[in-house]
Ligand binder design. Structure first.
Ligand SMILES: [Zn+2]
Ligand SMILES: [Zn+2]
Length: 126
């Protein structure tokens, strides 16, 4: 897994932070905590790289500890999905439901590749 230099601009004060992160290749999605060197703003960023060109980095920004949010909400989420699925069955032929084992997001790379990335939920591993 190659290290990738990344410049992240703080969403609070705009200061660029140079990061040395080991960003995994999709479908692996890794959460990083970033502390701004200027204002100490703590942010969580989910990152992955395109499996085709392995170059373009995709990231999802969240002020929340997103992985923890997912875990907390996953029980409610499963119930919600069931309701959404049945309410959409008239309009959507195939509705992919993220199973409790992982949380999935669909990404599109600048190279044109569309790929999924996911967070495995810890309860499914340990
Ligand atoms: Zn900052
Ligand atoms: Zn790509």
């Amino acid at each position: 897994m190659a290290e990738k230099k990344l410049r992240y601009h703080c969403t609070a004060c705009g200061t660029p932070n140079d990061l040395d992160l080991e960003i995994p290749i999709a479908p692996e999605l890794k959460q990083f905590e970033i502390n701004c060197s200027n204002c100490q703003d703590l942010t969580h960023v989910l990152m992955t790289r395109c499996p085709k060109c392995q170059n373009s980095t995709q990231y999802l920004h969240s002020d929340l500890d997103f992985t923890q949010e997912i875990l907390t909400l996953s029980g409610t989420y499963v119930d919600l999905i069931k309701g959404i699925k049945s309410s959409l069955s008239e309009y959507v032929k195939e509705f992919k439901v993220p199973v409790p084992k992982r949380w999935t997001v669909q990404l599109t790379c600048s190279c044109g590749e569309e790929y999924p990335a996911y967070i495995p939920l810890p309860s499914a591993e340990d």
